[in-house]
Design a protein around this ligand. Structure first.
Ligand code: DX5
Ligand code: ZN
Length: 274
């Protein structure tokens, strides 16, 4: 089925048109030039401006009981499931691939936010979309043709995000900010959970919020790394809306209570911001 030039979201289906209508779909599979129709199980996502969301990162979860861990984090208010994909090349760690995403897809109706910390992400976008990813983000540092890759993600029916490492300036994104659905600011160097929050990245969160307001763009701002009860206030104050948290949710104690406490602290701060 091929429809181009518009976006339709209704009745549990989403059709996503390519961003650059003149361009063929990028990536390694030239046959995939059509649009992907998401299955009826797909959960449409309509973000509210300023809404704070908690995205529990399963990196710190007990992988032997993944479905139960996700359920517990959801009960505490997690509304997006953050899935860290690492290849041992772009980052010095190896995690999971499409088969685990496919299993997770059956275990939750929440959006699966796949954070690709891999080289050559174009090669795998279709696989993750097919496995059930709803959001796919790629690192600016790992992506040679960023515009094409973001188009490719959208072509596959997913929300498209771009990620920057702590040492990468916001300016490197200036030519894609009008087309991304979300920007993920890394507040640790990617590769591992449980690292210390790097406060200097907050300036980049503030800058992204300013640019969005000035230019009328629609991206959400996500932050990832070291988000916990002691850092969440400053993160929300700076303007982050989607808060990824791994060890603060799954690392100790009661997962549901941890998620609820973090979300509550974040919402309290966001109310003060208004
Ligand atoms: C790190 C990952 C994070 C990680 C965050 O490379 O991208 O998503 O799970 O873990 P915490 O919240 O423990 O810093
Ligand atoms: Zn992540």
């Amino acid at each position: 089925m091929r429809i181009s030039g518009f976006r339709l979201q209704a009745s549990g289906y989403r059709l996503q048109a390519p961003l650059n209508f003149g361009l063929p779909a990028g990536g390694s599979r030239p046959s995939n030039t059509g649009l992907r129709l998401k299955a009826p199980g797909f959960r449409p996502y309509f973000p509210d401006a300023g809404l704070i969301e908690l995205a529990p990162s399963i990196l710190s979860a007990d992988f032997a009981h993944l479905a139960q861990q996700v359920e517990r984090a959801t009960a505490g208010g997690g509304s997006v499931i953050h899935v860290d994909i690492m290849d041992g090349h772009f980052v010095p760690n190896i995690t999971i691939g499409p088969p685990v995403v496919k299993s997770l897809r059956k275990a939750t109706r929440l959006p699966l936010d796949c954070h690709l910390m891999i080289e050559n992400p174009d090669q795998y976008i279709e696989d993750f979309a097919e496995a059930g990813a709803d959001w796919i983000s790629v690192h600016q540092e790992a992506t040679r043709h960023l515009n094409r890759t973001l188009s490719h993600i959208k072509h596959n029916g997913c929300r498209a995000g771009v990620v920057i490492n702590p040492a990468t300036p916001v300016e490197t994104l200036s030519e894609v900010l009008d087309i991304v659905d979300y920007v993920l600011v890394m507040s640790v160097n990617p590769g591992f959970g449980g690292q210390k929050f790097i406060p200097s990245v907050l300036g980049k969160v503030r800058k992204l919020a300013e640019i969005r307001a000035e230019r009328g763009y629609g991206y959400q701002i996500e932050i990832d790394g070291g988000v916990a009860l002691d850092t969440v206030s400053e993160v929300v104050r700076a303007g982050a809306e989607i808060l990824v948290a791994g060890s603060a949710v799954f690392g100790h104690g009661d997962v549901t209570a941890n998620a609820a406490a973090l979300l509550e602290a974040a919402k309290r701060e966001s109310l003060q911001r208004v």
